[in-house]
Design a protein around this ligand. Structure first.
Ligand SMILES: [Zn+2]
Length: 261
């Protein structure tokens, strides 16, 4: 039923050659409303304030469409993050709790912001035309539908938004993340450091990061590519960038104390 509804929405929005920013924002609002009903979103004022302040500080300097950005923390231990068209970014508590420093979370936010700014999901949907077909396949590929703990919630989110990005899209999002966080005064090394952490987890605890790797195809070369980009930045600029903050650790501790779903 939901897929039929979504299919209808998509015919409306994706049937035309290009989706306008207004249509994209509308779609994002719709997706975000569905996600709010289906996924356990953390409702804590301090947590939400921090993630939105950090996210905005990265997004607003690089977004020339003036989107209204919204950042949410999902109460899931899985290490993952995803973006919905129109400026809606979701990051799981598992990823935040795994980060050692502020710049690691900032790097991942920058990456997801990159997917929105470059409209990767919109392009995927337009390519698929009847987007629900491709997205349902995405759900199967990511195994998100099989999670008994989160069940239908993940199923809906999975079928809606866990589209599989191409390596080119991933690369573009990584490059953008390096530019965006640097512009925001944050050290971009956090991005390859977080990737490295995820790659190690893929060896030791594969199920915890399975969905990240399903949605964001990657391998070791991605870390090297990102590092190479960072190496091109003027060392005096790099030296002045922020890696960590007390506010991040206060936020992380606050999150760690909240009930788990
Ligand atoms: Zn990605």
């Amino acid at each position: 039923m939901r897929r039929l509804v979504r299919g209808g929405l998509c015919l409306l929005l994706c049937g035309c050659a290009t989706m306008s920013t207004q249509q994209e924002v509308q779609l994002g609002q719709q997706e975000s409303a569905d996600i709010a009903k289906q996924l356990p979103i953390i409702q804590d004022a301090d947590v939400n304030r921090y993630v939105n302040t950090l996210g905005d500080s990265i997004a607003k300097l690089s977004d020339n469409r003036n989107l209204e950005w919204h950042f949410f923390v999902v109460n899931s231990k899985e290490v993952n993050a995803f973006a919905v068209p129109g400026g809606y970014i979701y990051v799981n508590r598992g990823l935040i709790e795994d980060a050692d420093k502020m710049d690691e979370l900032a790097g991942v936010l920058g990456h997801e912001i990159g997917h929105v700014i470059h409209r990767h999901t919109v392009k995927l949907m337009q390519k698929e035309q009847g987007a629900n077909v491709g997205l349902a396949v995405g759900c199967i590929l990511t195994n998100v539908c099989k999670d008994p703990a989160t069940g239908a919630a993940i199923n809906v989110a999975g079928s809606a938004i866990f589209a599989k990005f191409s390596r080119e899209d991933e690369q573009q999002a990584d490059e953008s993340a390096v530019t965006y966080v640097t512009r925001a005064g944050i050290d971009p090394h956090g991005l390859p450091e977080m990737f490295q952490k995820m790659m190690s987890q893929q060896q030791s605890n594969p199920s915890a990061v399975e969905n990240w790797f399903a949605d964001h195809p990657s391998d070791q070369s991605r870390i090297q590519d990102t590092q190479r980009l960072i190496d091109k930045i003027d060392p005096t600029v790099l030296k002045g960038l922020t890696q960590d903050s007390q506010a991040f650790h206060d936020f992380q501790n606050r999150l760690k104390g909240l009930p788990r779903s």
